[in-house]
Design a protein around this ligand. Structure first.
Ligand code: PRP
Ligand code: URA
Length: 213
């Protein structure tokens, strides 16, 4: 494991996240369990990542009186990077059922490791208070950086990145290109191997979710 002290980089120290991340990494974890763990870890990280969302005051009538309460002060965009980000959306969406979901399809070129965009569901009205950009693996950081650039070109000004495992290279790239984007992760690993995979990582996050390994 590595350590990093970049501002805005949050690596969970929560024991439940650590426990689930260890199970997720295991080569013996089957796709069904893998998907369950991705969903649960994402939900735990999203709670922390959304702690500064805007709220507005509302009044609420309880069975015994009236009081002041809060509602989210603007909608939220959930943005999975296909494919592997898909499994991160579902649990977070249940927690925020009014969120809108915008898909971005990126795949890494296996030789250059550069992201290639093959899909983007551009919103008609990108008027959200924040976008949660979700992708389990922050390896070279090329995909996350390209996705942030695309979201900004759509007019999104507040992006929060939620990943599961990062390599230091990915964090440095995302911080260099988009310094204002906070990063939330379950774990930070040692390095990338020659194929651009995070070591020790968990292998190919898309293949392990969708059973295509
Ligand atoms: C994986 C992962 C990220 C990307 C990370 O996707 O889900 O999107 O690689 O690598 P980077 O930080 O070096 O850009 P992949 O290209 O394997 O596509 P998939 O999700 O469809 O499997
Ligand atoms: N994409 C993955 O799925 N895993 C890695 O380790 C790196 C990129």
């Amino acid at each position: 494991m590595s350590e990093i002290s970049e501002p805005g980089v949050n690596i969970s120290t929560h024991p439940i996240v650590k426990d689930k991340l260890t199970k997720l990494r295991s080569v013996g974890t089957e796709p069904r369990k893998f998907r369950e763990l991705v969903r649960e870890i994402s939900l735990l990280l999203a709670c922390e990542a959304t702690k500064n969302l805007n709220t507005k005051t509302v009044s609420v009538t309880t069975p015994v009186g009236n009081t002041e309460g809060f509602t989210l002060g603007g909608s939220v965009g959930l943005v999975p990077i296909l494919r592997a980000g898909l499994g991160m959306v579902e649990g977070v969406w249940e927690m925020m059922p009014d969120a809108v979901v915008w898909h971005i399809g990126l795949r890494r070129n296996e030789q250059t490791l550069e992201p290639v965009q093959y899909y983007a569901n551009k919103p008609i009205e990108p008027d959200v208070q924040a976008c949660l950009l979700m992708d389990p693996m922050l390896a070279t950081g090329g995909s996350a950086s390209a996705a942030c650039k695309l979201l900004k070109s759509w007019g999104v000004s507040h992006i929060i990145y939620i990943g599961i495992i990062a390599a230091p290279e990915g964090i440095h790239r995302l911080k260099k290109d988009h310094p204002e984007v906070p990063i939330y992760l379950a774990g930070l690993d040692s390095h990338l191997n020659d194929q651009g995979y995070i070591v020790p990582g968990l292998g190919d996050a898309g293949d392990r979710q969708f059973g295509t390994a």
